[in-house]
Unconditional design. Structure first.
Lengths: 159, 263
C-alpha cells in the first residue's frame, strides 16, 4: 500500500506518522491519535459530526486525506477546554442544553466557534446561525437549543 | 477506498508532468466531490495529484473586462470577494450557496467544473455567464466544455488553471436545493449582455443546458414577465425521489423567473 510521512500539529502538539495515503484525517485523529471526540456520522460529507479546525477554518475531516495536512495546525474538540475549564462555547452548550444524544455535538461546537469568529463585531441573528449550521445535522432534531447555545456562546466569546 | 499514490507538486508544470506520467492519475483540488466518490469506491485513480501546494492558482482578480478566478479559489473566497460582488454579484451568490460552510471552505469553482456533476451549481455559472475555462495549454469556451454526465472536453494530462468571465450588464442566480445534500434539484443562472441573454440550467438533466426560447424572450425584454407561458419539455429530464421529470421541467420555468428577479 502506498504510504507517506506526514507531520502536523494537533491541539498544539506536534505529531508525525507514516500513513497509508488513503487515511482520512478523521481516521488519523481517531485511530492513530486516539482522539475519539471527533465523530463519523455519515459517509457522504453531509452530517458535519467530524468537523475540526484546520489552520483556523472549519472543515469536514472525513473529506480530506491526512497526507494533505503536512505542516497544518489542527484543532479538535479535545483542544478547546483549558484543563477543567470549558471553552465558552462548550459552556454555552451545557448551559442551554444544546444537545440531546450528543453525537453531533463535537462538530456542532467546532462549527459554532467558527460562526462566532466569522461574525465577531457583526450582528449575529438566529437566522444567520441556522444558515451557518447547514453543514451540521442533528438527527435528534434538537436545533432549537443548539441555536440558543450558539447565540449565547458567541456573546460569551466577545461577539 | 482503492489505493493511490499521492503527489504534492509545487507548480503547474510539475503537476502536468506527474499527471502525464501516471497510468490513471487525477487532480485533487478541494476534493469535496472527488473524495466522497472515492470513499464509495465509485471512483479510483492510480495517482492523486494534490494541487493545493500550487500557490499561483489561488487568486481572484479583474483583468481588463474579465473577472478571472484561479483553480484554487475556494467557494468561500468567491462568495466573500469584494471584486466578485462588484463585478458579478450573481456569481458571489452562487458560490455562497454551494454545499454548506465547511464544503465552501475547501471546495473550488474550477474543481466542480472538472467533476461535471449533473446537480452541481458551478456548471450553470460557467455556461450562464459565458465563461471560459483556462487550462495549461488552451482556453475552452463554456458551450464547448461540458460533454455529458461527468464528462468534459478536458484531455488526458490537461489541467484547469482558472476560469474567466466577461462582465454582464445583469445576472441572476436562483437555486432550488435538496435540503440534505444542498445540491441543486434545479438551479438557473441568467445573464444579460447587450442585446443577448443566456439561461443555463443545472440539476435537471445529465448535464447543464441552455434554454433557447427563454433566451430569445429575455433578449427582447429582460423581465420575469417575458418568461410567462414558456414551458420546457420534460423529455430527458432527471427523475428521482426528489422530483420526477415533469416536476423538474416546471421548476426550470419557476427558477428561471426567480433568477431574473434576483438580477
Amino acid at each position: 500500500m502506498p504510504s507517506t510521512k506526514v507531520s502536523m500539529k494537533v491541539n498544539g502538539r506536534a505529531v508525525s506518522a507514516e500513513v497509508d495515503t488513503r487515511t482520512l484525517l478523521v481516521h488519523y485523529i481517531r485511530e492513530h491519535l486516539k482522539l475519539t471526540g471527533t465523530h463519523v456520522g455519515c459517509d457522504t460529507t453531509q452530517c458535519g459530526a467530524c468537523t475540526v479546525h484546520v489552520n483556523g477554518q472549519r472543515i469536514k475531516s472525513c473529506t480530506i486525506f491526512a497526507v494533505q495536512l503536512e505542516g497544518a495546525e489542527v484543532t479538535t474538540v479535545e483542544g478547546l477546554a483549558k484543563g477543567k475549564q470549558l471553552h465558552p462555547m462548550q459552556a454555552a452548550f451545557s448551559e442551554h442544553h444544546g444537545l440531546q444524544c450528543g453525537y453531533c455535538t463535537p462538530g456542532m461546537v467546532m462549527s459554532a466557534i467558527s460562526i462566532a469568529e466569522r461574525y465577531k463585531g457583526k450582528a449575529l441573528t438566529e437566522d444567520i446561525v441556522r444558515h451557518e449550521l447547514e453543514g451540521n445535522l442533528c438527527r435528534c432534531t434538537g436545533y432549537h437549543n443548539i441555536v440558543k447555545a450558539v447565540m449565547a456562546g458567541a456573546k460569551a466569546m466577545g461577539g | 477506498m482503492y489505493a493511490f499514490n499521492y503527489h504534492r507538486p509545487a507548480s503547474v508544470a510539475e503537476a502536468v508532468k506527474i499527471l502525464k506520467a501516471s497510468s490513471d492519475g487525477r487532480c485533487l483540488a478541494g476534493g469535496m466531490s472527488l473524495i466522497p466518490t472515492m470513499k464509495h469506491r465509485l471512483s479510483s485513480s492510480s495517482d492523486l495529484i494534490d494541487l493545493n501546494g500550487i500557490k499561483e492558482l489561488s487568486y481572484i482578480r479583474r483583468e481588463g473586462d474579465q473577472l478571472v478566478i484561479g483553480a484554487l479559489a475556494r467557494h468561500v473566497e468567491i462568495a466573500d470577494s469584494a471584486e466578485v460582488k462588484k463585478s458579478i454579484p450573481a456569481l458571489a451568490a452562487l458560490a455562497g450557496g454551494v454545499g454548506d460552510p465547511q464544503v465552501r471552505n475547501r471546495g473550488t469553482f474550477c474543481g466542480s467544473l472538472c467533476f461535471a456533476d449533473p446537480a452541481a451549481d458551478c456548471p450553470a455559472g460557467l455556461v450562464g455567464l459565458n465563461g471560459t475555462v483556462i487550462t495549461d495549454k488552451r482556453r475552452i469556451a463554456a458551450d464547448q466544455f461540458f460533454e455529458g454526465l461527468y464528462e468534459t472536453a478536458l484531455e488526458k494530462g490537461e489541467i484547469v488553471t482558472g476560469v474567466s468571465f466577461p462582465i454582464p450588464e445583469k445576472a441572476g442566480w436562483a437555486k432550488f436545493a435538496n435540503l440534505a445534500s444542498r445540491y441543486a434539484i434545479v438551479a438557473v443562472m441568467v445573464a444579460k449582455t447587450g442585446g443577448t441573454a443566456r439561461v443555463a440550467v443545472t440539476g435537471a438533466k445529465a448535464s447543464v443546458f441552455r434554454v433557447a426560447e427563454m433566451e430569445a424572450a429575455l433578449a427582447k425584454n429582460f423581465s420575469a414577465a417575458a418568461l410567462d407561458g414558456i414551458k420546457v419539455s420534460s423529455a430527458g429530464m432527471n427523475g428521482d425521489l426528489h422530483g420526477d421529470p415533469d416536476y423538474r421541467a416546471n421548476l426550470v420555468s419557476v427558477m428561471a423567473k426567480r433568477a431574473v428577479q434576483a438580477s
